[in-house]
Design a protein around this ligand. Structure first.
Ligand code: AMP
Length: 430
């Protein structure tokens, strides 16, 4: 219909100013904490060659098989909106030879991802992730350091969470395990849900994290990958656990944790939050030592994670939410045209000094302007009436205790300066 209101697409949403202040706070905390761990930001395109994800993530995964937004562009190239960023970051690392520095390349990103998922609470089709990738070392200390960083970050935001880890083996031991799993699944085929019957053929590992009730007793009896790790994977997993323990990080081993992407080898992990409800995974990640080669590059061992930013914002505790509220430093209430002009001039000077000022350009009564100041939670209101204008003095009111005093222009600046020292906004960053 021509005049029908157009709304955002299902699974996408507008982030409105009220919520955005929380996102800013989280983003600032990310930049601060991640920099302490030597990570640098990278921004890769949202649009990539479809093949990057098909090769990197795996054609049989749900993400690539069902959820990617893929289309032919005007030049006849098959492109996809990125469903995750690890493949992009590794591509960029190869393309710019970033791994040649002789050190671990530590990169992080914050940005939107796109997956055409079934609609569900806690799942969007455009959602945001904070993620980091450490490239260039297969030492288990990489796992320990990155996981420590995430937990430190979450703690700084007052978020309670739980770490679960597993080893998914590697090219040496996983094929044998998958064969075993396949055989075992064939024996129980009739009892599996239709999705798992399909997965039993296409991607048997995915059966392990099926959530369908009727599959659970079968899954509980399937062979565990941890009993079938090769020497190298076994040692690596033991070392990761040792290092986590040394760092004082509690964790649980979850033998069914396999994650939905093909590139993972050895360590896989998730960080869960009880405050999230059914979609309780806040962070997912793992090691991907073979990914760079799959993408045509040299061997660059890597380990990384992605955290759901939408979900993180949902569970921020009240004390952090309160820090994100940034009321204006001053509301300038004005009565009459001449007072409005004076208010504009004073606000201009104050704004250039870095104070946030609000004035209602529609005018209105003093009462309505005071009501607005209350709504904005402004700490001070400057009242400019005809009388005040004539005398070159203004009334400044401290909203917390309703005290007010008369100030000249110069006194106003001194007053604001003094108040600002005591009311320095807390950025909330860790
Ligand atoms: P994944 O890339 O699937 O391992 O997801 C990593 C994290 O991103 C998850 O633990 C979620 O917190 C978040 N996430 C993944 N998919 C979505 C989605 N559709 N909507 C919101 N958050 C998501």
């Amino acid at each position: 219909m021509e005049n029908e209101i157009i709304t955002a697409l299902p699974g996408t949403r507008d982030l409105l100013p009220e919520e955005i202040s929380l996102w800013h706070l989280v983003e600032e905390a990310t930049r601060k904490t991640f920099a302490c761990y030597g990570f640098h930001e990278i921004r890769t395109p949202l649009l990539e060659a479809a093949e990057l994800f098909a090769r990197g993530i795996g054609g049989e995964t749900d993400i690539v098989g069902k959820e990617m937004y893929t289309f032919m562009d005007q030049s006849g190239r098959l492109v996809s909106l990125r469903p995750e960023a690890t493949a992009s970051v590794v591509r960029a690392c190869i393309q710019h030879s970033m791994h040649r520095g002789g050190e671990v390349t530590r990169l992080y990103y914050i940005g939107p991802m796109f997956r055409h998922e079934k609609k569900q609470k806690g799942r969007w089709r455009q959602f945001y992730q904070i993620g980091a990738e450490a490239l260039g070392s297969d030492h288990p200390a990489v796992e320990a350091e990155v996981i420590e960083m995430i937990l430190f970050f979450l703690e700084s935001l007052g978020v309670r969470s739980r770490l679960v880890i597993n080893s998914v083996g590697d090219g040496l031991c996983r094929p044998g395990y998958v064969l075993l799993l396949r055989e075992s699944l064939q024996q129980h085929r009739a009892g599996l849900c239709p999705d798992c019957q399909r997965r039993a053929d296409t991607n048997p590992l995915r059966v392990l994290d099926c959530k369908v009730e009727s599959c659970q007793p079968i899954i509980a009896g399937l062979p565990k990958i941890s009993d079938h790790l090769c020497e190298d994977c076994h040692r690596h997993f033991a070392d990761v656990q040792d290092l986590l323990q040394e760092a004082g990080i509690p964790f649980a081993i979850e033998p069914r944790l396999v994650r939905g992407l093909d590139y993972y080898v050895k360590t896989a992990f998730e960080i869960l939050s009880g405050d999230l409800g059914a979609q309780n995974a806040l962070v997912g990640g793992g090691r991907y030592d073979g990914l760079a080669e799959t993408l045509g590059g040299p061997r660059i061992p890597g380990f990384g994670f992605a955290m759901g930013l939408d979900r993180l914002v949902m569970i921020l505790p009240e004390e952090i939410r309160a820090r994100a509220r940034r009321p204006p430093d001053l509301v300038l209430a004005h009565m009459g045209e001449a007072a409005l002009r004076k208010a504009l001039a004073l606000a201009r000077e104050l704004r250039h000094l870095g104070y946030s000022c609000h004035l209602d350009l529609r005018g209105g009564s003093l009462k309505s302007q005071m009501r607005q100041a209350n709504r904005l939670a402004a700490s001070h209101v400057l009242i400019i009436g005809e009388d005040e204008l004539a005398r070159g003095r203004f009334l400044i009111k401290r909203m917390a205790d309703s005290t007010q005093r008369e100030v000249t222009r110069e006194e106003l600046f001194a007053y604001m300066h003094a108040e600002r020292v005591t009311h320095e906004p807390d950025t909330g960053a860790a």
